[in-house]
Design a binder for this molecule. Sequence first.
Ligand code: 5RP
Length: 219
Amino acid sequence: MSQDDRKRTAALAAIELLESGMNLGVGTGSTVNHFIDALAGWRGRLGSVVSSSVDTTQRLAQLGIEVSELNDAGTLDLYVDGADEANAHLQLIKGGGGALTREKIIAEASRRFVCIIDDSKLVKVLGRFPLPVEVLPMARSLVARKLVAAKGRPAWREGFVTDNGNQILDVHHLDIVDPVALERDLNQIPGVVSVGLFARRPADLLLVADGSGVRQLKR
Ligand code: 5RP
């Protein structure tokens, strides 16, 4: 089974969790795109649907699914999103697609966060995937210097502008043994908009697709 097939398998397992009238948050990325495709069958049956990126909003609109503002939707029942890495505590690295800030806001606004991944993304220690950090443009160099002092190796994602008009530093060579502490410390650097570490608010359920099916990891 290809990686894309495994992504689709995980996404279809999340479709099984939908209930009529639910307020739903929708993530961003190639795994979630499979989930969005399958949402076509739920058109008109959900409550408010909130999107984490311009790309996801466009995909939902193409299916005729109305997208609401989070400010109007209030608390969401379910948030479905992918990740770049996940550990056994359901802590995640996200933001490979650059949508980390809105994703983090939606995760916080949701009662239940279901993360869908293929098994290549399950790791013992987070940090093999470079940690995305969204920064205000004027603070990019300052934040980069602070990240070097924290033993990371930041690389500017040149040419990429987030949906919020900001820039991304991808931090290589981090061995993230205490994800909650690192998330807290990086959030303190002036100019950091958000950090792609989802440790303080991890997923509630991880659906991991491998060649033979979908494994569930719960908190
Ligand atoms: C986007 C994300 C995605 O969830 C993450 O990058 C995984 O993407 P994909 O499903 O394409 O592998 O955090 O900001």
